[in-house]
Design a protein around this ligand. Structure first.
Ligand code: ADP
Ligand code: ZN
Ligand code: ZN
Length: 789
């Protein structure tokens, strides 16, 4: 008999051991029974039964794979993740696999074929016999038959199909398209509303998803246009393989410049071994060309590549460039794939058919054989951190995975995370710098406008107003950035001073004027905006800092002729809207693009010669240790959208804090100055990269229970402090988290700061062993947290 540790996607503390008469390879899927339920698990290490105890081990019911779904390297990564992020091995392993690899026990099995090949005879008989042939009942019927394996084979051979429980993710997505026709009627016969709609429709592609315009055009106008033969509406299936960004640009012929060539040469020196390169290149310096060249190099020696980007939907140009360079061997892991598509793609990656994987953080788990290179673009971005268990940091996992597989890593950014910069300074990473733009394209001129001097707090200052006006006359494009959506950040009663707050979150709600609604930006809760104060009945309110909606309204008054496009998560619920924005900008159908951080990433429009930052301070005032860093990054990235070609660019930053070092150094586009100053503060305050950080969050719907439990913790903390004294470990709290209540849960946290990662991990382990968290309190461990809010 053989004994194995089996990992299930559960958070259970003890190891589960099962026995099997046949040997099982590590990383294969197995079916086991746990407390009367069938589970799919991953086979872990071989082990021995405990000797002195008389335990009867349950047998593995079925082994699904002879070739493991997780390679030894990925298994290793999973063990590392579980240990480092304090989750179960099962949770870590299953985070790497497409959901569809887990058989669903409730799924119906339907036989399709005329013939029944020999190995399937028992299965076919059981299906015929059963009234309700779901996997679970078939399993009971067919003891000692490799059921799941046959089911998977049978599905692949087209002998049978599995009808899974209704899963919205799997429904083939059809969306309504508007298709432009050659109208026989004259346009000017149309009534005003319909003519407006027709104008909008003409701005789009010949056929496009209706959702692109449905927020601006009434459905009755569309219906009328259908009737009059201007357009037709047709449901079309969304085909994941065809997701290319239509404007797929022809391949550009580029001669790399000296800085690019040097960076490539330097990185290639480390070829074939594990090492990390920080590619620090200012915005628009040609980092992507460096990536592409290096990828070619790896492909030419039959190695494969993972390319991580922060958010795939927001970087259409990047995807576009990769597609025109690499075509069929590229797997694009975008969020629109159904579970089934994901599985198919995963298989193509595993088999080596796809040799480059581009995707957001989870692409770091792509099962590529012969992995040679992992690139993390915009490595400073917060989206690399997963904010639900397992709370991993994709960039850091890229490095761990590369180490396991002896691969190279490139972290690229114009504003590297301070952790990465620090590692480059102390020699852990190799630093490559590109400090100018190709072809003498200049960095934009930056002007800072002190909003405190502005008359009547107008949103658009005189210099910005003038600069926009000039662009409109010259038919150039403008990007305006305001990192707050909605109309205004809060609504406050002028008589009693109370704010309209969310009942779930104790956070002030934002005013959305278009829907006359108050919305909580943390839990999404909305209420109609009150006409009178719910506390005192007064009718007059003050409104908080302006959001994109308010700015849009102002712009429409100031520039009635301009074509203004607003992009934020309210206006862009769907990916297609983003794509249409991209197309409309490219086709010069927009004069002013106004948006939140959605428009800060990776956009490269040659006609944009002015970027205006309406209020630079928004992210600066958050009570979080990364507030200055985020502000600097955001401002630099947005400013980098201006003047990316031969036309000189200009940036205007409006701010209430013109002297703040984050704003000053962003206006000088001086990363090194910012990093030096910020690192000084981090050191003084024992923050990363000098100290390692973890936080444990405790949440409960009942405040009293939570408070009581937090004071019960005192003794444990006392022991902990005695075992690991200062300054090795600094323990803060438990205290109320800055967001004290979110989605009905009250929040307290305990913060660990430690001199080394080893001390940090020891402290967390010790805490876990000493402290027993009651089940009515949610405990969440976050290692290297992105935020402490
Ligand atoms: P980054 O990724 O650093 O922001 P990109 O790689 O997107 O910069 O380059 C910015 C622009 O400059 C792109 O349009 C790119 O095609 C162009 N570019 C990059 N390198 C060169 C070069 N050596 N010669 C000419 N144009 C270049
Ligand atoms: Zn009031
Ligand atoms: Zn809320």
């Amino acid at each position: 008999m053989h004994y194995y540790v089996i990992h299930l996607p559960l958070e259970i503390p003890k190891e589960l051991i099962y026995c099997s008469s046949a040997e099982i390879v590590e990383g294969a899927r197995v079916i086991v029974n746990l407390s009367g339920r069938l589970w799919t698990g991953i086979c872990g290490a071989k082990t021995r039964p405990e000797e002195d105890k008389d335990i009867r081990y349950k047998a593995v019911i079925e082994v699904l794979d002879t070739v493991p779904v997780l390679s030894p390297e990925l298994m290793k990564l999973g063990y590392w993740m579980a240990d480092y992020y304090h989750c179960s091995v099962g949770k870590a392993l299953f985070a790497m696999l497409p959901a569809r690899l887990l058989p669903e026990m409730e799924a119906n099995v339907i036989w399709l074929s005329e013939n029944v090949p020999e190995p399937f005879i028992p299965l076919k008989k059981a299906i015929d016999k059963s009234e309700n042939p779901v996997l679970k009942t078939l399993r009971k019927e067919l003891t000692s038959y490799p059921l799941y394996k046959r089911i998977e084979e049978g599905e692949e051979l087209g002998l049978l199909k599995i009808e899974r429980r209704l899963n919205h993710k799997d429904k083939p997505r059809t969306v309504n398209f508007i298709i432009r026709l050659q109208p026989t009627l004259e346009e000017d016969t149309l009534p005003l509303k319909q003519r407006e709609a027709w104008e909008k429709i003409k701005e789009e592609e010949p056929s496009f998803p209706m959702s692109n315009i449905s927020s601006t055009i009434s459905y009755s106008a569309i219906k009328a246009l259908v009737k009059k033969g201007f357009i037709k509406i047709e449901p079309r299936r969304f085909d994941p393989e065809s997701v290319s960004f239509e404007n797929s640009s022809p391949l550009k012929q580029i001669t790399l410049n000296y800085a690019q060539v040097e960076a490539i040469k330097d990185i290639t020196e480390g070829f074939g071994t594990f090492n990390v390169n920080l590619l620090y290149g200012i915005t628009g310096s040609g980092k992507t060309e460096v990536y592409i060249e290096l990828i070619r190099h790896y492909l030419s020696v039959n190695k494969t590549v993972i390319f991580l980007i922060p958010e795939i939907a927001l970087t259409p140009q990047m995807v576009d460039r990769f597609q025109s360079n690499f075509g069929q061997i590229l797997a694009i892991q975008h969020s629109q794939l159904t579970e089934k598509d994901r599985l198919i793609q995963w298989q193509k990656i595993k088999s080596g058919e796809k040799r480059i994987v581009i995707g957001a953080r989870s692409a770091v788990f792509a099962p590529l054989p012969d992995l040679g290179l992992i690139i993390v673009d915009e490595e400073h971005e917060g989206t690399y951190k997963q904010e639900s268990a397992p709370r991993y940091q994709g960039r850091d996992l890229a490095i761990v995975r590369a180490q396991i597989q002896n691969a190279q890593v490139i972290l690229g950014s114009a504003t590297p995370a301070l952790e990465s910069w620090h590692n480059a300074q102390n020699g852990k990473y190799k630093l490559q710098k590109i400090e100018s733009r190709p072809l003498d394209y200049c960095l934009p001129d930056v002007q800072v406008v002190d909003l405190r001097d502005e008359y009547e707090h107008s949103l658009i200052s005189a210099p910005l107003l003038e600069a926009i006006d000039k662009r409109l006359q010259r038919k150039e494009q403008v990007i305006l950035f305001q990192n707050r959506r909605g109309y205004s950040s809060f609504m406050q009663c002028l008589k009693c001073g109370k704010l309209i707050t969310c009942k779930n979150c104790e956070i002030s709600m934002s005013y959305h004027r278009d829907r006359e609604e108050m919305q909580c930006h943390y839990c999404g809760n909305t209420i109609p905006s009150p006409r009178k104060c719910p506390y005192c009945g007064s009718y007059s309110f003050a409104y908080g800092a302006p959001g994109t909606q308010k700015i849009e309204q102002n712009l429409k008054i100031l520039f009635p002729e301009a074509k203004i496009l607003r992009m934020d998560s309210d206006s862009a619920r769907k990916r297609d809207t983003y794509k249409s924005m991209y197309n409309r900008m490219k086709n010069k159908e927009v004069d002013i693009l106004l948006g939140t951080q959605m428009i800060s990433k990776g956009l490269d429009f040659p006609l944009v010669t002015l970027v205006g930052i309406v209020m630079a301070d928004i992210s600066l005032n958050l009570p979080d240790f990364r507030a200055a860093e985020r502000t600097f990054q955001l401002l630099t990235q947005v400013a980098g959208r201006s003047g990316r070609r031969d036309k000189a660019g200009e940036v205007i930053i409006q701010t209430y804090n013109p002297q703040h070092y984050a704003i000053e150094s962003a206006s000088q586009q001086n990363y090194i100055r910012f990093a030096t100053e910020e690192l000084g503060y981090r050191k003084k305050l024992y923050y990363p990269p000098y100290y390692r950080l973890a936080r444990i969050l405790f949440q409960s719907t009942d405040l009293e229970t939570l408070k009581k439990e937090m004071s019960n913790m005192r003794e444990v903390l006392y022991l902990l402090r005695k075992q690991i004294p200062m300054p090795q470990l600094l323990l803060l709290g438990p205290s109320v988290a800055p967001f004290s209540k979110i989605s009905s849960y009250y929040r307290y946290h305990l913060i660990f700061k430690a001199q080394t990662v080893k001390i940090l991990q020891n402290a967390i382990r010790l805490f876990n062993s000493l402290y027993n968290c009651p089940s009515n309190i949610r405990k969440q461990i976050d290692i290297d947290p992105n935020t402490l809010m």
